[in-house]
Design a protein around this ligand. Structure first.
Ligand SMILES: Cc1cc2nc3c(=O)[nH]c(=O)nc-3n(C[C@H](O)[C@H](O)[C@H](O)COP(=O)(O)O)c2cc1C
Length: 275
C-alpha cells in the first residue's frame, strides 16, 4: 500500500496550495486514500528540529518550496538535506512569483537525489509574489483556478508515469532547467522594511506565522531584522493589515517587478521517461 507524504516550506502558503492540488490528482490516479496521505510542513522553525523517519519504496514524496532569489530558501534547502530515502519516487515543485525560478528546481533535484530519492517529475508553478500588495500587484491571486487544474493534471500524469515504471532505478535522470554552479541566493538578514502601525492589536498572529522567530513580542511586535528572511508572511497574515511595507529597497523591488513581470507566466512541468 503506497503512502504519499508532502514535505514543504511555505510562509505565504502558495506552495502548500499547489502541493495539495498536485496530491489530489496523484492520489486519485493511484487510488490512494486520504488516510495514507501525510504532510510535513516545516515552515515553523520548531518543526525543523524533528527527525523525519527514512522514506522507502512504499512512499511517494512531494517536495515543495518557494523560489527566493532564484534559489531555494536556505532554511528549506537545509531541511531537505536532512531527509533520507531509499528507492523512493519524488515529485519536485518550486513556486515562484512570476519573475524566474532560475536554479531553484535544479537545486531541489540535486538535493533530492543526494538524499536517495528518485525524482520522477518536477514543476515550477506561479504564486502571488510575497512582496506584492493590492497597490503594487505582482502575480496576484496565483495560483488561480487554472493553475490548480494544471497542478492536479501534473499529479495525475505523474501517477500514470509511476504505473508505467517497472524499475525506478533504471529510469532516465529527470531533466530540469537551471545551471550549476547555482546563482547566489539570499544573504542573511533583511533591511528594516516593515512598519507596525497603530492598528496592531497585539494579537500575535505575526509571530505565529513567522518562519524565523523574527518577531519581537516584547517590543511592539517589531521585526528582528537580523533574523528576518523577507518572506512577508507576517504582513499577509495580519488580520488588521497593521504591518506595512516601508518605502525602501524591498518596496522598490516590488515596484520594479510590477513593471517588468506582469505578463502571467504558465506553469512548467517535467517528467522522466519510464523504463
Ligand atoms: C525573499 C524572497 C525572494 C524571492 N525571489 C523570487 C525570485 O527570485 N523569483 C520569483 O519569481 N519570485 C521570487 N519570490 C516570490 C516567491 O517565490 C513567491 O511569492 C512564492 O509564491 C512564495 O511561496 P509561499 O507562498 O509558499 O511562501 C521571492 C520572495 C521572497 C520573499
Amino acid at each position: 500500500m503506497k503512502k504519499i507524504t508532502l514535505v514543504y516550506f511555505s510562509p505565504t502558503k502558495t506552495t502548500e496550495t499547489v502541493l495539495r492540488a498536485i496530491t489530489q490528482g496523484l492520489a486519485q490516479n493511484l487510488d490512494i486514500s486520504a488516510s495514507a496521505i501525510a504532510a510535513v510542513n516545516f515552515t515553523r522553525p520548531e518543526i525543523r528540529d524533528t527527525v523525519i523517519a527514512p522514506f522507502d519504496d512504499n512512499d511517494i514524496v512531494l517536495l515543495g518550496a518557494p523560489v527566493y532569489a532564484g534559489r531555494l530558501p536556505a532554511d528549506a534547502a537545509d531541511f531537505f538535506k536532512k531527509l533520507t530515502a531509499s528507492n523512493t519516487p519524488a515529485v519536485l515543485t518550486v513556486v515562484y512569483g512570476n519573475r524566474e525560478y532560475d536554479d531553484a528546481l535544479l537545486e531541489l533535484k540535486d538535493i533530492a537525489s543526494v538524499c536517495g530519492f528518485i525524482p520522477v517529475s518536477g514543476a515550477a508553478f506561479i504564486g502571488e509574489h510575497a512582496f506584492a500588495s493590492a497597490d503594487i500587484p505582482v502575480a496576484m491571486n496565483r495560483p488561480d483556478e487554472n493553475d490548480l487544474r494544471m497542478a492536479a493534471d501534473f499529479g495525475n500524469n505523474t501517477g500514470d508515469l509511476l504505473k508505467e515504471i517497472n524499475e525506478l532505478k533504471k529510469i532516465s535522470a529527470l531533466k530540469v532547467p537551471g545551471n550549476f554552479p547555482y546563482k547566489d541566493g539570499m544573504g542573511k538578514g533583511a533591511p528594516d522594511f516593515i512598519e507596525v502601525t497603530d492598528a496592531c492589536t497585539n494579537c500575535g498572529t505575526c509571530a505565529t506565522v513567522c518562519p524565523s522567530s523574527a518577531i519581537d513580542a516584547e517590543n511592539g511586535f517589531a521585526t528582528i531584522t537580523a533574523r528576518c528572511i523577507l518572506c512577508c508572511a507576517c504582513i499577509k497574515a495580519c488580520p488588521e493589515q497593521a504591518r506595512l511595507m516601508k518605502d525602501g529597497p524591498i518596496k522598490d523591488t516590488a515596484r520594479r517587478l510590477n513593471q517588468t513581470c506582469s505578463p502571467p507566466k504558465p506553469p512548467q512541468v517535467f517528467f522522466t521517461t519510464a523504463s
